[in-house]
Ligand binder design. Sequence first.
Ligand SMILES: [Cu+2]
Length: 436
Amino acid sequence: MTVSRRSLILAAGTAALGAAVDAAAGTPAADARAAPARPGRSTGSVRTLNGWSLPYTLKAGVKEFHLVAEEVDHEFAPGCKAKCWGYNGGTPGPTLEAVEGDRVRILVTNRLPEPTSIHWHGILLPSGMDGVSGLSQPAIGPGETFAYEFTLRQHGTHMYHPHADEMVQMAVGMMGLFIIHPAGGEPEPIDRDFAFLLHNWSLHPGTYRPDPSIMLDFDLWTFNSKVFPAIDPLVVRAGERVRIRIGNLSMYNHPIHLHGHQFDVTGSDGGRWPRQRWRPEVTELIGVGQTRDLEFVAVPGDWALHCHMAHHTMNAMGHGIPNVLGARIAASDADLEALLPGMMNMGADGMSAHQEHVEAMKLPGPANTLPMMGGTGPYGALEMGGMFTTVKVRRGLAANDYRDPGWYQAPAGTVARRVSSDPDFGGPVRRIIQTR
Ligand SMILES: [Cu+2]
């Protein structure tokens, strides 16, 4: 994904929020003063990767949001599109932001061909507002609009998703973030507050509808329904306090790893944890149905942020293929090619060879399928896909500048360098054990 394209998306997101974004809004008291009702306000402090926060209308002291469940045209990354289901034009749906103590009304219009509902995951509310169709309410039929209304009695990183035909509706993209800010403001000021949801998809090569029947063998692993290299970078000014809110509504647990920092795990669906419960980590396992808040003070550089399950940083890949790792097959490539058209030997030239072949030679593949890995950095191929992006920390950025600053210019003498091209170089200590 090019910088210009990302900028276009950001510009579009900004336009969607319009001039109505009110970064200073937030406290119930401030809203009470804001009469008459002003449509389209947003607290606007959370940066949803590749996404946006839904504006609300203030009606007699109630913040009214309107979600529309509908089919959406979605692009996982350039070259891979699908008909998905989501909210208000996208998957995931827009982030809902409100403040502890707020009364909220959420209208939900169903434009899907089947009944739906919304469960407000982790939010304390009356049983009848919990959104489990059949248990706590009748399902919302196609064409119908339901109103949910409750008072927020907590803060934290929460989620929303259907609780009607849940397996199917979540598999095709229906989910969103619901973030509640603390009533008295943050005890520790947060300079940049990012958020995304983890998800997995099965989009069979050459098809355009995610397959909801797949339980384990997914081929797209996403942050906010995007794969690398289409996931926004997290742009940060050096020294700023950063929070990354991560929720998981996929079918796997994901160990999310940040390079270059020790972060504190400071909160979850249960709100911000007391300071004595914070713990320093570099990888945090985000379990299915859980959220975690990670906080750190940013250090200059380009730092990888990714799931540590190696297959989750790949895009569509074949499974159950013969393992030819280590085989001396150069002389028989032509024979193998005849048996397995388009096959590519692993462990010979690195996976970047595969990336280069796909990109440069325009290797024929099924329609609507991404290469297993992609992305090119200042030093070559990144060989990544799926749940991978970068935290780009720079000195001297303006407070609200989220534009991609390009690649990090490392100070002289701080980049790993080649000292020899001779495999017999030096006198390393080795323990050689022969295996057959
Ligand atoms: Cu993972």
